[in-house]
Design a protein around this ligand. Structure first.
Ligand code: FES
Length: 114
């Protein structure tokens, strides 16, 4: 596993989606206290950044364009119009460093082709 530092924990506000790009892959990070979750930042419905205006409800990020919500652990949508899951990624914390490996997603959702 090749993890790269993508953020510092201190720069992430709680329950606020934050976009980073790692090896060309856009990722949406969400901090919950001492835990950080990571999903692909592109909504599986249409080309839209989940971090761009997205809202966090419990363990889901809601797309700001048409309102589909995605679980931050398994990437599955819980509401239409999206029907496909989004890739999810493991996050490691090393002190204040937020580390991510986008080459090894934790589910089998397809990477968006748009
Ligand atoms: S682009 Fe996200 S729900 Fe339509």
């Amino acid at each position: 596993m090749v993890s790269k530092q993508v953020a510092a924990l201190d720069e992430l506000q709680d329950a606020v989606p934050y976009r980073v790009e790692v090896d060309g892959v856009p990722v949406c990070l969400v901090r919950f206290g001492d835990t950080v979750k990571a999903v692909h930042d592109t909504c599986s419905h249409q080309e839209w950044s989940l971090a761009d205006g997205g809202t966090i409800y419990d363990n889901e990020v809601e797309c700001s364009l048409h309102g589909s919500s995605f679980d931050l652990d398994d990437g599955r949508p819980s509401s239409l119009p999206a029907i496909k899951p989004i890739p999810t990624f493991a996050v490691e914390l090393d002190g204040d460093a937020v580390l991510l490996d986008v080459a090894n997603p934790t589910n089998d959702a397809p990477f968006p082709d748009h």
